[in-house]
Write a protein that binds this ligand. Structure first.
Ligand SMILES: [Zn+2]
Length: 74
């Protein structure tokens, strides 16, 4: 997987977030894979060999969690 640098993280999240309620960049979430708490805006984006892009845990590649593993806090 190759990291994709996102300049406008809010716009990217709006256009690519897989669920209905798009979280604020400064809202806190827990990643179910690494159990770390981080802010939504810290997300990273990686693409696979087919140029498919994924919103991933900020700890990627150490963590293999992605947007579907986020649990909102509060
Ligand atoms: Zn993680």
């Amino acid at each position: 997987m190759e990291e994709v640098i996102i300049n406008d993280k809010e716009k990217y999240l709006r256009e690519n977030y897989p669920f209905g309620n798009i979280p604020e960049l400064d809202s806190e979430i827990v990643c179910l894979h690494c159990n770390n708490i981080f802010k939504v805006g810290q997300y990273k984006v990686f693409k696979d060999d087919y140029d498919e892009e994924y919103i991933c845990c900020p700890d990627t590649p150490k963590c293999n969690g992605s947007v579907i593993d986020w649990i909102p806090l509060g």
